[in-house]
Design a binder for this molecule. Structure first.
Ligand SMILES: *[C@@H]1O[C@H](CO)[C@@H](O)[C@H](O)[C@H]1NC(C)=O
Ligand SMILES: *[C@@H]1O[C@H](CO)[C@@H](O)[C@H](O)[C@H]1NC(C)=O
Ligand SMILES: *[C@@H]1O[C@H](CO)[C@@H](O)[C@H](O)[C@H]1NC(C)=O
Ligand SMILES: *[C@@H]1O[C@H](CO)[C@@H](O)[C@H](O)[C@H]1NC(C)=O
Ligand SMILES: *[C@@H]1O[C@H](CO)[C@@H](O)[C@H](O)[C@H]1NC(C)=O
Ligand SMILES: *[C@@H]1O[C@H](CO)[C@@H](O)[C@H](O)[C@H]1NC(C)=O
Ligand SMILES: *[C@@H]1O[C@H](CO)[C@@H](O)[C@H](O)[C@H]1NC(C)=O
Ligand SMILES: *[C@@H]1O[C@H](CO)[C@@H](O)[C@H](O)[C@H]1NC(C)=O
Ligand SMILES: *[C@@H]1O[C@H](CO)[C@@H](O)[C@H](O)[C@H]1NC(C)=O
Ligand SMILES: *[C@@H]1O[C@H](CO)[C@@H](O)[C@H](O)[C@H]1NC(C)=O
Length: 801
């Protein structure tokens, strides 16, 4: 699961999946020189910051007791995809019934059994001794109506704790909700998906499907059978139930695994296969398969599998790898064992309409999802995005350590709280690269690293919050460190961040880093050189930071001079790519392709006349039936055409959005629609997000995020989110990670416009308490920063004109 939108969402997913299980993590270290050493002598290292304690008023332990160890599950499910029942929220929903036998080994004499269930109605409970089939009398059972999600079964007799096996049989029923969580159903084309909280990136969902020991450490064999209309399975029997014909699919017994790794889909999709040792199957809507949109995924998957096999020297352990493209799924992708589900844009590729970035996203997503162990050769582009985002959040006092003691993470909402930029990005990139370079150094020293070494080294990073500033006095070689906090950022000069020493483009990376960490005028002075710079990394890094500056000042008188300055700086870059833009040809270098897009979006959004003319002309041709816009540029060009266009242009783009069948293309139009400055269009667009026939549910969050990024839309989006919070959380269910990104986006704008007191409506606070604390701290820091720097910033920009 991932927060954020578009590309970064996709990346974050991949990264999260890659790393959580195997890397506990450390933090990228920022090495800094001090400018005025005489004024501020180094201080000795402070004591580590304790993790932020979030008061929840809950019992210290909600963990399942360890008296029983699950060995195997035998689960039967039967979803009824046509018989609707009444549901207060959605008015109708579908049901499933099931039964399950879990075999447990009893380790302590006990009379009670605890299992996890959530939103299930349990009708029957039977406990038998496995070897003799002897029944134990059940005194009663009860589902705890609180956050523990426990089903407690009370026995009359005692189970012997000497390793005796027992079978716990339950019959249950539940609802299939259209909320993208647990066992959910998409009525449009009858897709049913179970997404158990995978790799801790999803809140726990297995308990919504069958009573189970839903903790990652409690692993068991699972034998799964589903009786339904369509199932993702290549062999199935039919059977007659109540005079109707049903398909019964019994899956092969799984290896010993955690419950959260299990997933299946039931759909009317078709698939395309290729066998190269492992069966590679890509499942999708039949029209997409028939149009060849899965071909690229097959090709990429095969290459990557071969590559990994060579690199790691061992074979993929399962016989098949199923990958499926779902029209509506809350995360960018979900990785389960042998079965990965993606948003359509992460797996399907239409070479007619796709941009280079769309293609790259498919390749990146697939390689990330397939690669649990593989981390090498990460592109500098990813580092730039992910590292800097992690730095930003982790410079807040209300940030949290990567690893919290287990009694801080007990409930559903506490688990959800942890799915933020720290967990994804700090773990994902920083942590891993640090570990690699540590081990690499050890190897170079012919020093075989011991477990203790790694543990000692890593624990300082994973158990403490933040990242350090290291002060080096060059004359005396004295060093010291302290936690880097946004609030206290003084006169530090980021002088040497080699990131990891893993990148070929070291000088470029450093230029990128330089602009990120600096105090404002030094930072701004560095952007002067951009006028002659055509490289992507310095531009991207500068723009990212300037974006923040614009966010802080876009409603003030400082904004005019900023725009003028940017227009001046971007002109060369725009001209550098103009021939390509007008010819409709693609620059050869990958980073140039990205930079061309930067050139156009910055030039157009800051009012460079040539750019606006170009965008208008191309869009007009498009309206007139000749679409000559090069796919890479569509996002930027549609957007600026909508900004300078009228209601009819918007309506045209809306129709085109609805007409598009390829998700990647649809997404570009959906984004462009958010660019208008017309308040009434933006408000109407926000309303559309509540109607799944207009904006698909999985796109709700990112659409509101797009609107919030627009200066005209930010206050509208903020009001809208608060007004519809209940509806959004209800519809989104376990998509709560995205809800975090939503809250983040709608509160990011100009600090003046954000009323802190209104920030925390009780519902919002309850479900996302840590994030709300971070938002408040960030907003306070921003207000302070704006107050202190506004005059300086204004004078600087005026002086440059
Ligand atoms: C949950 O409810 C059960 C029964 O009502 C109670 O015994 C238990 O202490 C509660 N647990 C928490 C964490 O509130
Ligand atoms: C659903 O609505 C009915 C009738 O309004 C009400 O009696 C019932 O308590 C509601 N159920 C829930 C779970 O809110
Ligand atoms: C459910 O039905 C009621 C009454 O017909 C209606 O007012 C409400 O808008 C419906 N809700 C949804 C989510 O369709
Ligand atoms: C469990 O469900 C399956 C499929 O519906 C059924 O065939 C089986 O008899 C059930 N088991 C029991 C013990 O009820
Ligand atoms: C466990 O203890 C029960 C009596 O409490 C006994 O009948 C059984 O044989 C013992 N099993 C093992 C595996 O020792
Ligand atoms: C950070 O938070 C701690 C307690 O949560 C507080 O004592 C400390 O003063 C805070 N530091 C800053 C710089 O705000
Ligand atoms: C930075 O990386 C480069 C290239 O790997 C290496 O030559 C250089 O020594 C590194 N610098 C530091 C300070 O680690
Ligand atoms: C940019 O290049 C021009 C021409 O080479 C030069 O005159 C100017 O000083 C350069 N500007 C900066 C900021 O480097
Ligand atoms: C643009 O088109 C012209 C004329 O066809 C050609 O000479 C030129 O090389 C093209 N430029 C680029 C950058 O593709
Ligand atoms: C649209 O195209 C037609 C012919 O294809 C042309 O006659 C007309 O002038 C064009 N309109 C605009 C606004 O470009």
């Amino acid at each position: 699961m991932a927060k954020g939108t578009g590309m970064s969402k996709a990346l974050a997913v991949g990264i999260g999946v890659l790393t959580v299980s195997s890397v506990c993590g450390l933090v990228l270290m920022a090495v800094m020189y001090k400018i005025q050493i005489d004024k501020y002598p180094p201080v000795s290292p402070p004591t580590p910051t304790k993790p932020l304690v979030i008061p929840t008023g809950l019992q210290p332990t909600l963990r399942i007791p360890d008296n029983l160890i699950p060995e195997s599950y035998k689960v039967f499910l039967q979803p009824y995809l046509y018989a609707a029942v009444t549901n207060n929220y959605t008015n109708q929903s579908l049901v499933f019934t099931g039964n399950s036998t879990v075999r447990v080994k009893c380790m302590t004499d006990s009379k009670s059994i605890f299992l996890h269930v959530h939103n299930l109605n349990v009708m029957t409970v039977e406990v038998t001794k496995s070897d003799s089939n002897e029944k134990l009398s059940v005194r009663g059972y009860k589902i705890h109506q609180n956050e523990s999600n426990f089903l407690k079964i009370q026995l009359k007799e005692t189970m012997s704790g000497n390793g005796t096996y027992y079978d716990i049989f339950t019959k249950f029923e539940g609802e299939l909700l259209d909320n993208l969580a647990g066992f959910y159903v998409k009525n449009s084309n009858i897709i049913t998906v179970v997404n158990f909280y995978l790799l801790l990136l999803q809140p726990p969902d297995a308990r919504k499907v069958f009573p189970c020991f839903d903790e990652p450490a409690l692993k068991a064999v699972i034998l799964f059978s589903i009786t339904s209309i369509f199932v993702l399975s290549l062999e199935a029997d039919t059977t007659e139930i109540d005079g109707e014909e049903w398909i019964v699919t019994t899956f092969a017994e799984t290896p010993i695994m955690s419950t959260y790794l299990l997933a299946f889909t039931v759909s009317d999709f078709t698939y395309k296969s290729k066998s190269s040792g492992t069966n590679i199957n890509i499942h999708a809507r039949s029209d997409a398969i028939n149009a060849g949109h899965a071909d690229y995924a097959i090709e990429v998957t095969e290459k990557i599998m071969i590559y990994y096999q060579n690199i790691f020297g061992f074979k993929y352990p399962l016989k098949k790898i199923d990958q499926t493209a779902l029209p509506d799924i809350s995360a960018g992708a979900m990785e389960n064992w042998g079965f990965i589900s993606y948003q359509e844009s992460g797996l399907l590729y239409d070479k007619e309409t796709a941009s280079t970035f769309d293609q790259e996203r498919v390749a990146t997503m697939i390689s990330h999802e397939l690669a649990h162990q593989w981390f090498g050769n990460l592109r500098d582009v990813i580092v730039l995005r992910e590292v800097q985002t992690a730095f930003q959040v982790d410079s807040l006092n209300s940030s949290h350590p990567l690893s919290l003691q287990e009694n801080y993470i007990q409930t559903f909402s506490e688990i959800i709280d942890l799915f933020d930029d720290i967990t994804y990005r700090k773990v994902g990139i920083n942590a891993f690269l640090m570990l690699i370079s540590f081990i690499y150094k050890k190897l170079l020293q012919y020093n075989i690293e011991t477990k203790e070494d790694v543990e000692a080294f890593m624990s300082t990073w994973i158990e403490q919050v933040g990242y350090p500033v290291i002060t080096i006095i060059t004359q005396t070689r004295e060093t010291s460190q302290e936690q880097f906090l946004l609030k206290q950022t003084g006169e530090w000069l980021l002088a040497n961040v080699n990131c990891t020493g893993f990148f070929r483009v070291i000088p470029l990376i450093n230029r990128g880093q330089l602009i990120d960490g600096l105090i404002v005028t030094i930072a701004l002075s560095l952007t002067k050189h951009l006028i002659n710079d055509t490289e992507y990394i310095p531009w991207e890094s500068a723009l990212k930071n300037l974006d923040h500056l614009i966010l802080m000042f876009d409603r003030s008188e400082v904004y005019g001079p900023i725009m003028k300055y940017l227009r001046k700086q971007i002109t060369q870059l725009y001209k550098h790519f103009e021939e390509y833009t007008l010819n409709g040809t693609i620059p050869e270098k990958h980073t140039d392709q990205y930079n061309q897009v930067n050139a156009i979006s910055v030039a157009c959004s800051n009012g460079l006349p040539e750019c606006i003319e170009m965008a208008k002309r191309l869009f007009k041709d498009y309206r007139n039936g000749t679409d000559n816009i090069q796919p890479n540029l569509r996002r930027a060009i549609y957007c600026s055409a909508i900004v300078s266009g009228d209601e009819y242009d918007w309506e045209f783009a809306w129709k085109e959005y609805q007409r598009a069948t390829v998700t990647a293309e649809k997404d570009k139009r959906r984004y462009a629609l958010s660019c208008t400055k017309e308040i009434w269009l933006l408000n109407r667009y926000l309303q559309y997000t509540l109607d799944p026939s207009k904006i698909r549910k999985m796109d709700l969050v990112s659409t509101i995020n797009y609107i919030a990024k627009n200066v005209a839309g930010q206050p509208l989006a903020w009001d809208f989110v608060r007004a519809h919070w209940s509806y959004i959380t209800q519809e989104y269910g376990a998509g709560a990670i995205s809800l975090g990104s939503l809250l983040d986006a709608v509160t990011k704008g100009s600090p003046r416009t954000l009323n802190l007191k209104r920030c925390c409506c009780p519902k919002l606070c309850y479900s996302l308490i840590l994030l709300v604390i971070q938002v408040i701290e960030r907003t306070e820091a921003n207000i302070k920063w704006v107050k202190e720097n506004k005059q300086t910033v204004k004078e600087w920009f005026m002086g440059e004109l």
